[in-house]
Design a protein around this ligand. Structure first.
Ligand code: NDP
Ligand code: PYC
Length: 337
């Protein structure tokens, strides 16, 4: 049986960077994906941490994503930036547009960033949290692959379509939430299948459209349901509109990866909105957020979204990130070490 070791954030990030570089990513691409993947692992977001490295490699090896792609950034309006990721990963595309995007939000009070022709396999809160640390309210959403049946429908049309929100707090870590609009993320279904665990009732259907709690049945031609019935379905609908129609990208149901067996990175579009909250405000925004948080605590709320991750971050930054020894050995061999 494998034991567990603890590894420093920088060491894990460097190891993941070497793996991605060894599998066809140019250095800047390898660096930003590795960092985000290590952040997810450090903060306990296991469905989008080290577990995903095989998916990145599979998509690179299948020729589904271009690890060498250089994104093209277009300054299209005073408050709008568009990026064509050129069939590369989303994170380097966002990074390439970041300076212009932030400058526009500072100048005009709000700005949008529209990324298309891109692959996103990460958690989304690392995309928005840094903007809140710079004083912005940030919202982002991503469409993906047709894994999810719309409420009232028979077949998968939507992606697991996550939405992430971040806002500054006064003297505290930003308020952040980030979730799939499906009942579960596809990553959690894969993990449940690997661990032989059932899914909660109401999460998915099998290939015949019948309700199932068997994760393998969902993966083998079945699909997920949206959370919250018609309400989650409406959010998933909005994310298709914002992530595909607005960015100029593909709807989740339009993506066809059948010529790239093994590919695992959804070919997506991503929408970002940044708002400068203190522009013209009558009261300081971050303090207003604190008033709300105090009221939540007063009514008995003990856990705000994001707090589990911040606690993991504090703990694992001090003690190291736990990782199974056999998994670490495998990562080292993938890096050619
Ligand atoms: P979770 O259900 O794990 O968490 C959703 C949010 O709710 C988090 O902000 C979490 O905070 C918060 N939360 C959870 N439980 C509580 C609670 N009891 N009280 C208060 N807040 C709570 O998210 P999902 O499984 O839906 O998604 C997991 C990840 O998968 C996300 O990071 C998402 O971005 C990613 N994903 C990415 C996709 C992509 O296309 N790239 C597609 C789909 C999902 P905390 O984090 O602190 O626990
Ligand atoms: O877990 O649903 C998911 C997912 C899709 C794209 C990246 N993660």
């Amino acid at each position: 049986m494998s034991g567990t070791v603890h590894i420093a954030f920088e060491e894990l990030s460097a190891l993941l960077r070497d793996i991605l570089a060894a599998h066809g990513c140019r250095p800047e691409v390898a660096a930003c994906i590795a960092e985000t993947c290590a952040i997810a692992e450090r903060d306990g977001a296991h469905s989008h941490g080290v577990f995903r490295i095989d998916g990145y490699i599979a998509s690179l090896e299948a020729g589904w994503v271009d690890g060498q792609a250089v994104p093209v950034v277009e300054d299209v309006a005073p408050g709008q930036v568009r990026v064509d990721a050129m069939n590369g990963f989303t994170l380097p595309a966002t990074a390439a547009a970041r300076e212009l995007f932030v400058a526009k939000a500072r100048r005009t009070g709000l700005a949008t960033l529209l990324v298309r022709n891109s692959h996103h396999l990460s958690a989304v809160w690392p995309d928005v949290e840094p903007f809140a640390r710079e004083g912005f309210v940030a919202l982002s959403m991503i469409n993906s692959m047709a894994y999810v049946v719309p409420h009232g429908g028979r077949d998968a049309v939507y992606g697991t379509n996550p939405i992430a929100f971040a806002a500054p707090r006064s003297g505290q870590n930003p308020l952040v939430f980030d979730f799939a609009t499906s009942a579960l993320s596809h990553g959690d279904v894969q993990i449940a299948a690997r661990e032989g665990k059932d899914l909660p009732a109401g999460s998915g259907v099998d290939a015949q459209g019948q309700p199932t709690t068997d994760p393998q049945a969902v993966l083998d031609g079945g699909a997920l349901l949206t959370f919250g019935g018609h309400k989650g379905s409406a959010l998933a609908l909005m994310i298709e509109v914002m992530g595909a129609a607005l960015t100029g990208g593909k709807f989740s149901f339009e993506v066809d990866w059948s010529d790239h067996p093994g590919a695992a990175t959804p070919h997506t579009g991503q929408f970002f909105l940044l708002i400068d909250p203190d522009r013209g405000a009558t009261r300081p925004f971050a303090e207003r957020v604190e008033t709300l948080v105090r009221q939540l605590h007063a009514t008995g709320v003990e856990r705000l979204p994001g707090e589990r991750r911040y606690a993991n971050r504090r703990h694992n930054s001090l003690k190291g990130i736990p990782i199974a020894t056999d998994q670490l050995a495998r990562l080292r061999s993938l890096a050619g070490r």
